[in-house]
Design a protein around this ligand. Structure first.
Ligand SMILES: NC(=O)C1=CN([C@@H]2O[C@H](COP(=O)(O)OP(=O)(O)OC[C@H]3O[C@@H](n4cnc5c(N)ncnc54)[C@H](O)[C@@H]3O)[C@@H](O)[C@H]2O)C=CC1
Ligand SMILES: O=C(CO)COP(=O)(O)O
Length: 329
């Protein structure tokens, strides 16, 4: 919708013929965006090749779990086309970032890749409510190309060079949103939520730095920005999933009830495995993993986190240890 509103010829690939017809004839997508009229310029096709063959910019917005199925289709993108993805997750079970996976599977697009991320619930973007995101690429030219395509006075786009940090911020905040959903489901109050978001950001940053991200990226739109919106918005599927789990629904029943991507589940297992491999402490992620596996109740998970040993707030985030600021023993 943003691209079409910017006057770009915009083609959407939909597998479902009925949905494609709905978009083309009535300019609506009732299942995913009820009550919204889409820009008339959006054309839907059911053959992915039709969407890809002439495109100068390809936007990959599959759930991470569908990427393994869909990645090969990127072999069909035109020479010179830029590929930007909006996927906030990891490819499982390898636990790899999305650009790494695309680069490895489709090397022909390796130097034309970007990621777009940040606080951007589709329900609000499509209504043209002011939204701000970030696009990261190893190439400044590619980042600015994507910025120019999307930017308008309702959709502000910043550029970034830290692809790793932007991808990890988008994927890891979903874990914390699940956790905030759990504590909201238990009605534990605002202090608990703020604590979970803040300490969650600390462990997101810790893993991110270990995987090569800049710590500063986590204080940007793809980090704290997206963390805030996903932990607090009525639109967040991850937050909703946490609430349902806390109310006693099983994981399967929760995912079925939501009926859309809940990236935080796969991300929890991915981050937990990566943390083990890299020797990183991620107590919140670990507790949520145990809740998802049914090994711990949400309430016991909170108790476990509160009873952890004493800690200094900042020294475990990386960079200069802040204990160095103490001037007296
Ligand atoms: N919904 C949002 O506001 C935002 C979502 N994202 C990210 O975008 C990605 C996709 O999420 P949503 O669109 O929200 O999920 P969704 O569950 O609402 O929609 C996923 C779409 O992908 C299709 N799909 C599923 N498996 C497929 C396959 N194997 N091949 C082709 N198509 C397939 C589904 O039919 C559906 O149309 C996720 O990584 C999410 O974190 C990023 C920014 C905002
Ligand atoms: O990433 C999002 C908003 O920026 C969407 O979050 P949910 O997947 O939790 O709905």
């Amino acid at each position: 919708a943003v691209l079409a509103n910017n006057g770009l010829e915009t083609v959407v690939w939909a597998r479902n013929r009925q949905l494609a017809d709905e978009i083309n004839s009535r300019h609506v997508n009732e299942r995913y965006l009820p009550g919204v009229t889409l820009p008339a310029g959006i054309q839907a096709v059911t053959r992915v090749e039709e969407a890809l063959c002439k495109a100068k910019l390809v936007v990959v917005a599959l759930p991470s779990a569908a990427l393994a199925d869909g990645v090969e289709t990127l072999r069909g993108v035109a020479d010179e086309a830029v590929v930007v993805h909006a996927v906030k997750g990891f490819v499982r079970p390898q636990n790899v970032r999305i650009t790494s996976y695309i680069r490895e599977r489709v090397p022909t697009v390796a130097d034309r890749l970007a990621v777009i991320s940040g606080p951007s619930h589709a329900e609000e973007v499509v209504r043209q409510l002011p939204t701000t995101v970030v696009v990261a690429s190893e190439s400044r030219v590619i980042a600015e190309f994507v910025q120019d395509a999307f930017m308008n006075d309702r959709f502000r786009v910043y550029t970034q060079a830290d692809v790793i940090g932007v991808e990890l911020g988008g994927a890891l905040k979903n874990i914390i949103a699940l956790g905030v959903g759990l504590v909201d489901g238990l009605a534990l109050g605002d202090n608990t939520k703020a604590a979970l978001m803040t300490r969650g950001l600390a462990e997101m940053t810790r893993l991110g730095v270990a995987l090569g991200a800049s710590p500063l990226t986590f204080s940007g739109l793809a980090g704290v920005g997206d963390l805030i919106v996903t932990c607090t918005s009525e639109h967040s599927r991850n937050h909703r999933a946490g609430c349902l789990l806390a109310q006693g629904l099983s994981l399967d029943a929760t995912l079925q009830r939501i009926g859309m991507a809940v990236e935080g589940v796969g991300a929890t297992f991915a981050a937990s495995e990566l943390a083990r491999t890299h020797g990183i402490e991620m107590p919140i992620t670990r507790a949520i993993e145990k809740v998802l596996l049914g090994e711990l109740s949400p309430a016991d998970g909170v108790g476990l986190l509160m009873r952890r040993g004493k800690n200094h707030e900042m020294e475990d985030i990386g960079g200069q240890p802040l204990t160095a600021l103490w001037v007296r023993p």
